[in-house]
Design a binder for this molecule. Structure first.
Ligand code: NAP
Length: 329
């Protein structure tokens, strides 16, 4: 019976493994745990807007050229559909819903879908957290239209498409400078647009950016709009000191103003780093709670790639499998 059909007094449904999240990490964990006969339940989330869809960040990407195995590249949504199909093929149950609450204080862990004051919907012997992270965005309407069409949040993923073009990077932290340095290998020019008159980035990164002849700066300036209907054509800018408005032509824009891991559900239960990412032990996927594992961008504030997320999903599946075996399952 699906939890939607279950009566309010229904008994919680026991599961050996519940995977929360459906990006490359969660779906890889599903493929591995399904093939290990653990009959995983993957709770994939549910769409609440264009930028909040099951499947993770690749659902917001156009062409993916750096995922091994696809020599001619593949569209992000198609790649995620393949992951999903492969997970389902081995018997993963995929639930299109959001987890509203978890209680990790004792095993079996409790997982709620929907009304979190009622009985839990599921009891899980182990949980793999793969809820990912989101790139922070500027909050402009145009971002929804142009993401993947000249607007990107990942230079490593998309920089190659911008050969010999004039590109803007928004932000002033280490990410913005790192993205700008990477993009300068391909682009004609890279302009860092920052809302203050000094970078937040570390001194060494600042020096590198200042020494790079392709990198220019526009200071004390915010982006008010991204121009272009079907692809990026430029930016509408406002100088915060003079209030002067201007329009500058760019064919690529990279927003690099930080990331936010999706860890709200676990706050107070799982150990988090200061920046909100989940802490995993050593090179494993183990969290501070035995039986709870974390994989993908929710615990990775450094590599943030689809292939590293998939790899860590595999690690979490193997860690969960060994844990369950030790518990006699
Ligand atoms: P960050 O350090 O938080 O910097 C975010 C930048 O974006 C800041 O310059 C901020 O401006 C700007 N910003 C934030 N919201 C904005 C908005 N709405 N509009 C315009 N600008 C906005 O984030 P990060 O650069 O992603 O770095 C995160 C952490 O990872 C940092 O600890 C960083 O050192 C680390 N990191 C390290 C490396 C490296 O060592 N190679 C590389 C990447 C990241 P303000 O400066 O005015 O606040």
């Amino acid at each position: 019976m699906s939890p939607e059909n279950a009566s309010p007094t229904a008994e919680p449904i026991p599961r050996k493994v519940i995977i929360i999240g459906s990006g490359p990490a969660g779906l890889t964990a599903a493929i591995y745990t399904a093939r290990a006969n653990l009959e995983p339940l993957l709770i994939e989330g549910e769409p609440s807007s264009n930028s909040d869809q099951p499947g993770g960040q690749l659902m917001l990407t156009t062409e993916v050229e750096n995922f091994p195995g696809f020599p001619s590249g593949i569209m992000g949504p198609e790649l995620m559909a393949n992951f999903r199909e492969q997970a389902a093929r081995f018997g993963t149950e995929i639930l299109t819903s959001k987890v509203s609450k978890v209680d990790l204080s004792q095993r079996p862990f409790k997982v709620w879908i929907g009304n979190s004051s009622a009985e839990p919907t599921y009891l899980a012997e182990s949980i793999i957290v793969s809820t990912g992270a989101q790139s922070l965005m500027l909050g402009l309407e145009a971002e929804k239209r142009l993401l993947g069409h000249g607007l990107s949040t990942c230079a490593t993923c998309d920089g190659f498409f911008f050969r010999d073009q004039d590109i803007a990077v928004v932000g002033g932290g280490d990410s913005a400078v790192e993205e700008a340095m990477f993009l300068s290998r391909f682009a004609a020019t890279v302009t860092i647009i920052h809302r203050r008159d000094e970078l937040r980035a570390s001194k060494i990164m600042q020096d590198r950016a200042h020494d790079n002849p392709k990198i220019k700066f526009i200071w004390n300036t915010v982006v008010e709009d991204i121009l272009g209907e079907s692809s990026v054509e430029g930016l509408a800018l406002r100088n915060l000191l003079t209030d002067e408005r201007s329009t500058v032509g760019f064919t690529g824009v990279f927003v690099a103003i930080g990331h936010r891991p999706s860890t709200d559900l676990f706050r107070g239960q799982l150990d988090l780093k200061e920046n909100g990412y989940l802490i995993t032990q050593g090179s494993s996927s183990k969290t501070n709670i035995e039986g709870v594992f974390a994989s993908g961008d929710v615990q990775d504030d450094y590599y943030r790639q689809a292939i590293t997320a998939a790899g860590s999903g595999c690690m979490a599946a193997i860690d969960a499998e060994r844990f369950l075996e030790d518990q006699g399952h």
